[in-house]
Design a protein around this ligand. Sequence first.
Ligand code: GLV
Length: 328
Amino acid sequence: MSKPRILVAREIFPEVIARLEKHFEVEYNSADEAWSPAQLIAHLQGKSGVFTTGSNRIDAEVLKACPELKICANMAVGYNNFDIGAMTAAGVLATNTPDVLTETTADFGFALLMAAARRMTESEHYLRAGKWTKWSFDMFAGSDIHGSTLGILGMGRIGQGIARRGALGFGMKVIYHNRSRLDASLEAECKASYVSKKELLETADHLVLVLPYSPESHHAIGAAELAMMKPTATLVNIARGGIVDDAALARALRHKQIAAAGIDVFEGEPSVHPDLLTVPNVVLTPHIASATVPTRLAMANLAADNLIEFFSGRTPPSPVNPAVLAGR
Ligand code: GLV
């Protein structure tokens, strides 16, 4: 029997390609550039599965042009590059890569929080520019992490990982807001208390965003929300671009409405709002929160597992729209 034909739409680890080649006839984009929608559609012709990353959009137009497609395996936990409604309607399975990146991403959220609150990149730029000529009592004085109040907006697995780090490692008081409240046992394990979004914004010394992007979470943090935060507060976004209004954030940072920010994800990335590039009190990183070698490899292998299990007739490990499997 001939092997199913799949497309790997972005460059990934060669060992994962080799694994996929045992099961599939693989076409591979090794160019390290995302294809345009038209190029993606052209390469998807005759393919029944695709390995995607967040830079590949799968929407109604792609689905209509690629009627043989049965599964899109995203190498990311977030899947806002997929139109899930259109995929389910077309009977196309979506899968993502949860769990394997939780701790690595929580580590990075904490690193950004510490770097922003303690002004690490701002002071490094000063040092590298040869401006450090004397000691001053208030030189790059920032905010404390230990003993402060950590706010978390979005309390899924990564939010819980950040809560544990804050409560257990740094003695922080942890408050959170989420669409639904955690079970009491999970709240106790994370030492986290549920509060309203208003209380979260007003009382957090450091606020970390870890909620999924959706039309409802678009600009969940805009000018009005930033105005509710403490002038000493730090904002960290490791969730998705578009959850924060980047122009409003740049204004709030410039006017010291909040003290600092650490931002890994941007509206319209890889473009970055030019105003964010000129404010000093923000640490900017290029969407790398899950980027350790072992975790990226685990993500790629989990995306591959989803393809392999699906085409073997078994239940893939991490379906996003499992209703599609019921109709198999
Ligand atoms: C990264 O942003 C992911 O969703 O995995």
